[in-house]
Design a protein around this ligand. Structure first.
Ligand SMILES: [Zn+2]
Length: 417
């Protein structure tokens, strides 16, 4: 059986090229994509795909890259899409990234040269202990690396090159989708699902070698507005009802030892205030509500509402409004209806010689929304670690395994068709 080989370091060459293109997204920007510079990477990816012979590769006006590798099988094989995002997190600079390859890592501290205070230590990065002998890629100390999610881009591009160069390797129609603005929660806002025309998908944006994620949070956003009563502070006795104080009361009355991000893990959800603003007359807080099932999520919203009601009772002339809106839902609800997607993903990881780790994510992915838009889409590992910060790293060997896994997924869907 034909196997992917990383010839002439082409995988790390692609990756280091992509990370040097600044694609930071911007949550404050109203434009699509949020930053025009994301298209600079989109253009490079399209050029490379066209050079490979992927003839329909193109970048659309919203900054999405679409491409098709036609089927070379006589069978009716479901159309499989591989998806990664091009932007990097607004939390850390992605300008002038200088990737460094630390070959044959032996467990030593990795001191990053442009800021000696940025040091990767094995005891702080548990996953580094599985990387002895591997080649670790980091940034230089002043920026993030951008392995999230340019590792995924490089892996999908390598897999595409492999499939195109090896026509005897059988697969169905493969679709490629690269999205902008995932880090600011808008990654699939303008995806044209019909044009994409895929039956099932895999985002390649996971962390540890061998992981496959079929569960995300279900997520709502909540905006709480308190309308109090303002009065001249010198003459306010018996009149003033400060919206600031009412809102502060609400927030301090929420559970602290449970249902908060800092007190929960695994399958536990939370109610989390993310911004507050206001004055005596009116104050507002924005919350994110999270849980793994919809009943718990609803209960979290109800608890918030009950907390406000209970406090505002003591303020007869004040009112409140609580608006809860859906953000995304646990993709497992959709994926459970198509068990082959996970089954074949796990088989593909095993064929790459790795032990699969099926797990859930305490967050969302492009895949959680794609799944509900009609493209069931779990997340597989890309090998990105410590993302959104200056200590971000990935290893060449993990990335090679991710390419193998992608190629195996294509083969397994064809075999089983
Ligand atoms: Zn990501």
């Amino acid at each position: 059986m034909l196997k992917y080989i990383n010839k002439n370091k082409s995988l790390q060459n692609r990756f280091t090229k992509y990370v040097q293109i600044d694609t930071q997204s911007d949550p404050q920007s109203p434009t699509i994509p949020s930053t025009e510079k994301q298209k600079n990477l989109g253009k490079v990816l399209v050029e490379e795909l066209l050079e490979m012979g992927v003839a329909d590769a193109h970048l659309d006006e919203y900054g999405y890259v679409y491409a098709t590798i036609p089927s070379n099988s006589d069978k009716q094989v479901p159309v499989i899409c591989f998806c990664s995002h091009m932007d990097t997190s607004p939390d850390c600079s992605g300008y002038n990234v200088k990737p460094i390859i630390h070959e044959n890592y032996q467990g030593q501290d990795l001191v990053l040269p442009d800021d000696n205070s940025v040091v990767l230590k094995m005891k702080e990065h548990a996953d580094l202990k599985d990387q002895i002998g591997n080649d670790i890629i980091t940034a230089s100390g002043t920026t993030l690396l951008g392995a999230d999610n340019k590792a995924g881009l490089a892996e999908i591009m390598e897999a595409a090159a492999f499939l195109v160069q090896n026509p005897e390797f059988k697969h169905g129609t493969i679709k490629i989708l690269f999205t902008p603005d995932e880090e600011i929660g808008r990654g699939v806002d303008k995806v044209d699902i019909e044009k994409l025309g895929a039956d099932f998908g895999y985002t390649v944006d996971g962390e540890t070698l061998g992981s496959i994620e079929d569960e995300t949070f279900s997520a709502d956003g909540a905006v709480l507005t308190i309308k109090g009563v303002s009065a001249h502070p010198g003459f306010a006795k018996g009149k003033m009802e400060s919206a600031i104080k009412i809102l502060s009361d609400v927030i301090s009355s929420l559970p602290a030892d449970c249902l908060s991000p800092e007190s929960t893990e695994l399958k536990e959800g939370f109610i989390h205030p993310v911004t507050i603003s206001g004055n005596v007359e009116q104050a507002e807080a924005r919350f994110i509500l999270r849980a793994f099932n919809d009943e718990e999520l609803t209960a979290n919203g109800e608890l918030l509402d009950a907390t406000v009601q209970n406090i505002i009772e003591d303020f007869p002339n004040s009112t409140y409004e609580l608006r809860i809106t859906e953000q995304y839902r646990n993709m497992k609800q959709v994926l459970d209806k198509h068990p082959q997607i996970i089954e074949f993903g796990i088989e593909a990881i095993k064929r790459a010689g790795i032990t699969p780790k099926q797990q859930s994510i305490r967050g969302g992915t492009d895949g959680s929304r794609l799944s509900f838009m009609g493209l069931p889409c779990p997340n597989i590992f890309a090998g990105e670690h410590a993302f959104h910060g200056k200590q971000e790293w990935a290893s060449v060997q993990d990335m090679e395994k991710a390419v193998e896994t992608i190629v195996n997924i294509a083969a397994i869907w064809e075999e089983r068709a």
